[in-house]
Every structure is written in C-alpha cells, then in structure tokens.
Design a protein around this ligand. Sequence first.
Ligand code: ADP
Ligand code: MG
Length: 272
Amino acid sequence: MSAPERIPPRSVTPVDLLAEGELTVRGRIREASNAALFCTVAYEGREASCVYKPVAGERPLWDFPDGTLAQREVAAYEVSEATGWGLVPPTVLRDGPYGEGMVQLWIDVTPEAELLALVDGEEPEPGWKAIGFAEVGEGKTALLVHADDERLRRLAVLDAVINNADRKGGHLLPTEGGRLYGIDHGVAFNVENKLRTLLWGWAGEPLTAEAVEVLGSLRTGLKEGGELAGRLAGLITAAEVEATRARVEALLASGKHPEPSGEWPAIPWPPV
Ligand SMILES: Nc1ncnc2c1ncn2[C@@H]1O[C@H](COP(=O)(O)OP(=O)(O)O)[C@@H](O)[C@H]1O
Ligand SMILES: [Mg+2]
C-alpha cells in the first residue's frame, strides 16, 4: 500500500485571514467619524491587526444611502486590486461582534518625508505640485502643495475612477517598505461627481502611459460579464458600476487627469 499523498497546506492569504479569522475587538479608534474598532484576527496559527467598521456604527449621510459605506470600502479594494497597484489594504465584508461590517488589514505607518506642505509664494518648488491657496489666518494665504510622487499619482487615478469624496492627508499611510496605502473609502462610487481630494496637482495633465494601460484593463473588467463588474455587483448598485465604467471611459477619452469642476478645487475639510 502506498503512503497517502501529502496535500501541502494551503497558504493563508491576508484576505483569508481577514475573512475567516476569529475577530477580537481590542479598542475603539478615537478620531474616527464612524465606529471604527481596532481588532485582531486569528486563523490557523496566524494573527494580524485590523480595523472593523460595523455597518451598524455608520453615521448617516445625506448624499449616500444608509448602511452602504462598508460595501463601498470593499469595492474600492476590488478596484485597487484590478489596477494591480495594490493601493488599498486587503479589505473584506464579513460578520463580526457588532454585525456585518468591513474588516481591513491594519497598516503600520512609518513616517517618511512629508507628502503635504503649506508654502509661501505662487508656484511650488520642483518636486511639489500645487493644490490651491489656503487661508492661514490674519488675512494671509499660503500655497497648499503635495509631493510630486508616483504613488500619489496612481492614487489620484484610482480616486478619479472610484469617485472618492474624501481623500485627505490622514488617509495616506506610508509603510516601511516604501509603499503607500490609501484608506477610508466609505464615501466613494456615487453616481454624481463628488471627487473631493488633495491630489489635484496633476489636474489637466496627460495621464501616464502606465495609467492609460491600467484604465484599459479596468474598462475590460467593467464590461458586462467582466470580472471586476462581477466583483462589484454585490457591493454597489448596477447604476454605480455603470457610472464607474463611464468614469473610466471619460478618463481614457480625455487622456488627462480630471480637473476640478468648480472655480476652486474641491478639497476635503479638514485637509488632514
Ligand atoms: N487599515 C488601517 N491601517 C492603519 N490605520 C488605519 C486603518 N484604517 C483606519 N486607520 C486609522 O484609523 C483612523 C480612522 O479611520 P477612518 O477610516 O478614517 O475612519 P472614518 O470612516 O471614521 O473616518 C484613520 O485616520 C487612521 O489613523
Ligand atoms: Mg476618516
């Protein structure tokens, strides 16, 4: 009799860990505007820290249907994965001690060179891009700038696709390995244009060749029956999927980073 074949243990991905792991609440995140809980997940001997935002803890908003923010966060992760840029930490929708919610891998932030700054003068220094002028008290204004950083530029494209209404400084998480993650995508995917972001530095500039290629693959994925369309189907409405597809088409048609629709760029407040 031959020895039974050994089946190698399936490797546990971060998504498995988040989706299947035992979720334990460790504390509440104070500065969060919705209920955001700091948790750990444990699964098959592995443990990770994560954020759990139960749907039941979502603050109602006038411009988004109630109880849909968690799904929007997962949808943002799905689009980020489809870009191949890995800009959003692994995020799943699952049940937890306070009911269904989104669970996202915790990112340990490593402070790095500033990504945002307020400077004197009318023009940014090389290496910086202008966002707009900000009032800094006593009738004075200063130029708000962000770094001319490839990672931010990719995030600006992702935000345009998902129609992010809240890209502020505190939602940019740099890590030790030089990666940059964006978080807090609960107010995205509205069918109306709600792009509110600090990342206006490339507004009106041509998209990079890389971004055009990525947008082309998003277009394919968002076609009826496409893989990304399928992944988004249970998370946002059919009209929101269609609007996402239309935003991708519009970006490809213009070949440019979007420009603010009003006289002033729409900036989240407070910006950090
Ligand atoms: N995945 C994450 N990794 C590390 N820190 C996080 C993560 N998600 C949230 N945080 C921290 O928790 C704070 C509140 O989370 P956020 O997503 O902004 O919640 P809210 O929807 O209430 O605004 C963030 O500003 C950030 O400091
Ligand atoms: Mg927030």
